[in-house]
Design a protein around this ligand. Sequence first.
Ligand code: C2E
Ligand code: MG
Ligand code: MG
Ligand code: MG
Length: 300
Amino acid sequence: NRADVALYAAKRSGRNRANQHEGEAGRGRELARAISSGELVVHFQPVVDLQAVGAVGMGRDAITAAEALVRWEHPTRGTVPPLQFILYAESRAIILDLGQHVLRAACAAAATWPVGPAGRRSVAVNVSARELCDRGYARRVAEALDEAGLPPTALVIEVTESSTETDDPQLTRSLHEVRELGAHVAVDDFGTGYSSLSRLASLPVDVLKIDRSFVQPLGSGPRSTTIVSAITGLGTALGLTVVAEGIETAAQADVLRGLGCARGQGYFFGRPVPADAFAASLHGPGAGPSRAALDALGAG
Ligand code: C2E
Ligand code: MG
Ligand code: MG
Ligand code: MG
């Protein structure tokens, strides 16, 4: 229609392009400043043991991990969600600084969390292809772990399928290096990429995260249950820990539990919250660490 034509013409105009470039340079500077001034904060969303959550209620005992999710606390724009600046950062080297900032904050937070009944709670950090294609990636991971005093086994690196659609061999190399350190790798948003199964066959992974687009229709018809059942079975048979994302209702959680899905994440269990609020929730109501967990720590 006419509005589209006008927009198209505007986009093609040189004047518009020049403005856009100026805008982008400004955005890059603003993002760099945001990192150094502490405006980029990391929130944490709980990941629960779906099989334990029924037995112990929604208390801290069911929380086995958390995902670190970055937010920009902008002085005038308020809290800016990651999808509004991550894509831009990924097209620039600034993603390396941003990623390192999030990684350090996530490791530092996780090092303070109390050990749960199933052992130490792990932290999952999202990482972009551009970071993994950098030869120094695994070394920076090792540095962040060291600095925080966090055991490598408590760190999960989340990589989306679509971000692995590159032929740079360094990406897979970095994932192998991260695993050699003892950390784990998760394939995020599973099922939404163009070649989910071939990715799964070729990537060195430990965790499979079922995209929320498969989880949300659960309970509204048999097809979605069949698909999630198949993904869960595939992941489990491959020896992976399967995490269902985007659980918003008790009904969805029940279906997933029935399908034998190991872990769940979503607003139903908890929204992403600042580091101090998340840590406080781990000290909230619950039965406390089990004998086995205390023994594993050598805590008498
Ligand atoms: P993701 O890694 O798949 O993270 C899950 C997203 O789903 C988060 O959105 C989370 O807030 C949201 N979510 C969780 N539970 C529910 C639910 O029950 N219902 C719905 N509707 N949404 C739910 P968020 O925080 O806006 O992050 C969006 C994406 O941005 C992430 O998707 C991830 O791909 C990316 N991202 C976030 N932080 C970072 C980061 O530090 N580095 C990089 N490279 N990417 C990041
Ligand atoms: Mg993720
Ligand atoms: Mg995801
Ligand atoms: Mg996603």
